[in-house]
Write a protein that binds this ligand. Structure first.
Ligand SMILES: Nc1ncnc2c1ncn2[C@@H]1O[C@H](COP(=O)(O)OP(=O)(O)O)[C@@H](O)[C@H]1O
Ligand SMILES: [Mg+2]
Length: 230
């Protein structure tokens, strides 16, 4: 099967000397969805930031068969949409519509086409009623939807979600899960939520101190690492 992501020997050390990734081998098949588990500080977010080149460590990263390099960075960023844990890091324009149109404008679409695309994806995530709202004033669940719309507007092949349900109450979490299930993209989902992982993914990878300590079928891995709230 063709690989959407292929990573070999990824290592990353922060400028202060913290060795956050210690040799990660990872793959994502085309159309597949994978959960990333692991304790706080085990390297999941650092790993995710490599998937679209926000951080550049040692080792090799290929996305849709393209090696990540300065030359391919822009193309890879349009294929891999990363939704961060904290939506406030992702939303920065005065209105929801402008925020979501920002990416397509940067891709070189005309203002009309960018706005049309932004309206389409905002409708897709159930936020068509809030086009002129200030992102800053939205609820946590609404912010998450707008952040997802922002990456969908780039028409990515792979969606990466870093703890998407962290700040959400149970009904908002269920609604988000329904939305995520309806999106056809391959997904990499960082989560502590076993229910979310079972509903969205088939395979899981367990991070421990910057290494992958285990991987396999998502249900089997949850049992093996006792990765469920009790
Ligand atoms: N900006 C940073 N500077 C230095 N160390 C960092 C930074 N961000 C994260 N770390 C460290 O890198 C390790 C991995 O962190 P992180 O990738 O955020 O883990 P996780 O997402 O699994 O909680 C931790 O030891 C964390 O303290
Ligand atoms: Mg994290």
């Amino acid at each position: 099967m063709s690989k959407a992501i292929q990573i070999r020997g990824l290592r990353y050390r922060y400028p202060d000397g913290t060795q956050a990734l210690n040799g990660i081998d990872f793959h994502l098949d085309a159309g597949e969805s994978v959960a990333l588990f692991g304790a706080n500080g085990s390297g999941k977010t650092t790993f995710v930031m490599h998937l679209n080149g926000l951080l550049r460590g040692e080792g090799s990263i290929e996305v849709c068969s393209m090696p990540l390099s300065d030359e391919t960075l822009e193309q890879i960023r349009s294929k891999v949409g990363v939704v961060f844990q904290d939506s406030d890091e992702q939303l920065f324009m005065p209105t929801v519509l402008e925020d979501v149109a920002f990416g397509p404008l940067n891709l070189g679409l005309s203002p009309d086409d960018a706005l049309t695309r932004a309206r389409t994806v905002l409708k897709r995530v159930g936020m068509a009623h809030a086009l002129e709202r200030a992102p800053y004033h939205l609820s946590a669940g609404e912010k998450k939807r707008v952040a997802i719309a922002g990456v969908l507007a780039m028409d990515p092949e792979i969606l990466v979600l870093d703890e998407p349900t962290t700040f959400l109450d149970p009904p908002t979490r269920r609604d988000l899960l329904t939305l995520l299930r309806s999106l056809p993209q391959a997904k990499v989902v960082v989560t502590h939520d076993a229910n979310l992982a079972r509903a969205l993914t088939t395979r899981a990878v367990f991070f421990d101190q910057g290494r992958i300590a285990g991987e396999g079928d998502v249900i089997e891995l949850i049992q093996r690492f006792h990765w469920e709230y009790s």
